[in-house]
Write a protein that binds this ligand. Structure first.
Ligand SMILES: Cc1cc2nc3c(=O)[nH]c(=O)nc-3n(C[C@H](O)[C@H](O)[C@H](O)COP(=O)(O)OP(=O)(O)OC[C@H]3O[C@@H](n4cnc5c(N)ncnc54)[C@H](O)[C@@H]3O)c2cc1C
Length: 438
């Protein structure tokens, strides 16, 4: 079978799934490509991590592979009319407590892209941008990385626009909740069964279900009797709180041209990097919290794994007090007591799929022919939206470079997470106990 007459079913219409559909339909305009997602692509509220007010689009990576990939994606964000309207080149301001800045600058130099990137002493950096970060926490900061080429994108708007473009090009979109994968008598994957009993078939099935991927694989293992389908230690579903403040007119004027801010920490400090995003066009400024938490529950009898809450919207808008407090602390790391009266208007828990090294999984699944996995954004996947599908298509066709094939494999060496500050660091129910302190 050639790729032109293969049929593709992609479970999940976040950035991994939609980018895959977009690249497939461009390469094979006559192929049957179907996206299936529990939420309509233009729904007012979606559970996808990719669906958000805004996301950081940066190429400030100390890992050279992601640095190169992020530059490739950023070039598209800046030049392709499909993505360009959503990208805002505000720059990033990154407080570094390790050698991070120098490692990133070395990568950019080696990739021939060092025009816009510098590291400055704290005293000099905090005077920039009208001094808006003068009250930030600089404890232990060695230097500040400034990259004027980076910025942020209106994530949900871009996801809707690219999905719409896919539909115009011939991709089908089915709104349905997938209950399990379907297999033939030889164990090859043939499609999915939805919760309402509908069967969708294809010759190639790509699971791009984000945080729900491990649960879907557990359900499918139980239904098919093939335990090899389970994700096991490969994928951990976890949530992070985001919160927004509505700025008044005067504040909006002050902050509207600000860069994205990152507080960078080391594993000893036990915190992920903490960001502050510039205001949206509606004047709302966003932060995320320092707690990245699992939610361990029984998804099939006897199988306890981390999974988003079992409600249709993952309870994403019901954000308890201790998690809201986490956002206040993130805000204070940037703006100190001056921000105490800011009106906090929106809170959301956003769920993503993590690996111990924050590497994606873009790989055939080893337990079934015709089954592939493309997800595990690990808290940094959005910015690669324009190019993810290119690499998924290469994977489907056995054309990934050996380096990427190894890095993103379903079965690969998995170091523990001790050096990874962005790996989940708490269990949700423990954070919500009355005695818990954040
Ligand atoms: C708070 C937060 C902030 C982040 N900030 C950034 C950032 O600034 N920059 C950046 O680059 N990245 C960021 N990320 C990471 C990025 O958002 C994710 O890595 C990326 O969006 C994951 O994409 P995905 O396609 O794998 O999953 P998702 O976007 O979650 O998509 C999965 C889709 O699968 C669907 N689905 C799940 N189960 C089923 C089922 N059973 N049946 C049908 N459909 C199903 C869901 O409805 C969903 O639409 C952030 C993540 C979080 C949580």
């Amino acid at each position: 079978m050639t790729s032109n007459n293969a049929s593709y079913l992609i479970i999940g219409a976040g950035v991994f799934g939609v980018s895959t559909a977009y690249h497939l339909i461009q390469k094979y305009p006559n192929a049957s490509v179907t996206l299936v997602d529990r939420d309509a692509y233009d729904a007012d509220s979606r559970v996808a991590a990719s669906w958000d007010w805004n996301k950081v689009v940066r190429a400030d990576y100390d890992d050279k592979v992601y640095c190169r990939l992020a530059l490739e994606a950023q070039d598209i964000f800046k030049s392709d009319p499909l993505w360009q309207p959503y990208f805002h080149q505000t720059g990033v301001y990154w407080t570094c407590r390790s050698s991070y800045a120098q490692n990133v600058i070395t990568n950019h130099k080696e990739l021939g892209r060092d025009d816009d990137i510098i590291a400055l002493p704290v005293a000099e950096a905090r005077k920039l941008y009208g001094g808006i970060f003068d009250n930030a926490d600089y404890t232990g900061v060695k230097e500040v990385l400034i990259n004027r080429a980076s910025g942020w994108a209106a994530a949900g708007d871009s996801l809707r626009a690219v999905t719409k473009r896919c539909l115009e090009l011939g991709v089908k979109y089915v709104t349905a909740d997938v209950a399990a994968l379907e297999f033939d008598g030889r164990g090859s994957c043939t499609g999915v069964k939805t919760k309402s009993g509908q069967v969708l078939s294809a010759t190639r099935v790509v699971v791009a279900a984000g945080a729900f991927t491990p649960t879907l694989l557990e359900w499918s293992a139980a239904a098919s009797g093939n335990p090899g389908l389970r994700a096991g230690e490969r994928i951990l579903a976890a949530g992070i709180t985001t919160g927004m403040a509505q700025l008044n007119e005067e504040q909006y004027k002050k902050y509207k041209d600000m860069p994205v801010g990152f507080q960078g920490y080391t594993p000893d400090e036990g915190k992920p990097f903490i960001g502050t995003l510039p205001p949206t066009k509606d004047g709302e400024m966003k932060w995320w919290g320092s707690k990245i938490f699992t939610n361990t529950r029984e998804v099939v009898p006897g199988s306890h794994i981390s999974s988003p809450p079992p409600t249709f919207d993952y309870n994403q808008w019901k954000v308890p007090g201790p998690l809201r407090q986490d956002i206040v602390e993130s805000r204070n790391l940037w703006y100190g007591p001056a921000s105490a009266n800011w009106e906090m208007t929106k809170h959301r828990i956003c769920w993503d799929a993590f690996t111990t090294t924050s590497d994606f999984i873009i790989s055939p699944h080893s337990a079934s022919k015709g089954l592939y996995v493309a997800t595990c954004g690990s808290f940094h996947g959005y910015k690669f939206f324009p190019v993810l599908g290119k690499y998924v298509v290469q994977m489907l066709e056995g054309e990934l470079t050996p380096e990427l094939e190894e890095k993103w494999a379903w079965d690969r060496q998995r170091p523990d997470s001790s050096e990874n500050v962005e790996y989940p660091n708490a269990e949700m129910k423990h954070l919500l106990q009355p005695a818990s302190k954040l």
